[in-house]
Design a protein around this ligand. Structure first.
Ligand code: CO
Length: 216
């Protein structure tokens, strides 16, 4: 079974080299992706394939239910590197309909350690609770998948990493997309943020404080 993976890999590398003999040599020297993809770990939602992009064209971070948690060093490190070193121009937060993580968050069952990760999705539900009135199970799930994307777009923008990027005058837009497993179509949710003035005032970081105040 594993043998097949290596066979596939050699065939793939040959195919690429056939199309562009210098492809791997050029790519080995540097990567210059214009996009950072933050998506779900779901095996059916692979960033490159969906967008028809080659190696080197998209920097990728994936986790269960495409969450951007304020204190997640993994995601924040990816974000910092993508923005400050690679200087990506677009961040694509991409959810998908029928997401298992979002579905689990809608239930009242215990799943183990992952409950502590999925609780962030319950927080999104609570904020928008009235929007779910009268919906059937499938529509509830899909609405929460969409609202979760919008929330994670905002979380990306609230980081000092992204806000400092805008303050430097470096162009950067953050977008919310959603993918349909049923037909393979990627949709723009129309959630796009590209500047400090588009953030809710409470999240804006406009100046550096000399020190944190001693309490109280
Ligand atoms: Co998912």
């Amino acid at each position: 079974m594993l043998e097949e993976l290596f066979r596939n890999n050699r065939a793939w590398a040959e195919r690429i080299k056939h199309q562009d003999p210098d492809f791997f040599r050029k790519l080995a020297k540097q990567q210059t992706p214009e996009f950072l993809w933050i998506g779900c770990a779901d095996s059916r939602v692979p960033a490159n394939e969906i967008m028809g992009l080659l190696p080197g064209e998209v920097f990728v971070h994936r986790n269960v239910a495409n969450l951007v948690i304020h204190t997640d060093m993994n995601c924040l490190s990816v974000l910092q590197y993508a923005v400050e070193v690679l200087k990506v121009k677009h961040i694509l937060v991409t959810g998908h309909y029928g997401c298992g993580g979002v579905q689990a968050a809608l239930q009242d069952s215990e799943f183990g350690l992952i409950d502590n990760w999925l609780r962030h999705i319950k927080d999104v539900y609570r904020v928008h609770e009235s929007a779910f009135d009268g919906l059937n199970d499938e529509d509830r799930l899909n609405l929460l998948c969409e609202l979760n994307v919008a929330e994670q777009v905002a979380n990306v923008c609230h980081t000092t990493i992204v806000q400092n990027t805008w303050k430097r005058g470096q162009p950067l837009s953050v977008h919310g997309f959603i993918y349909s497993l049923g037909d393979g179509i990627l949709k723009d949710l129309g959630v796009n943020i590209s500047g400090l003035d588009e953030l809710a005032p409470i999240y804006r970081v406009l100046r550096k404080s000399e020190h944190l105040k001693r309490s109280p």
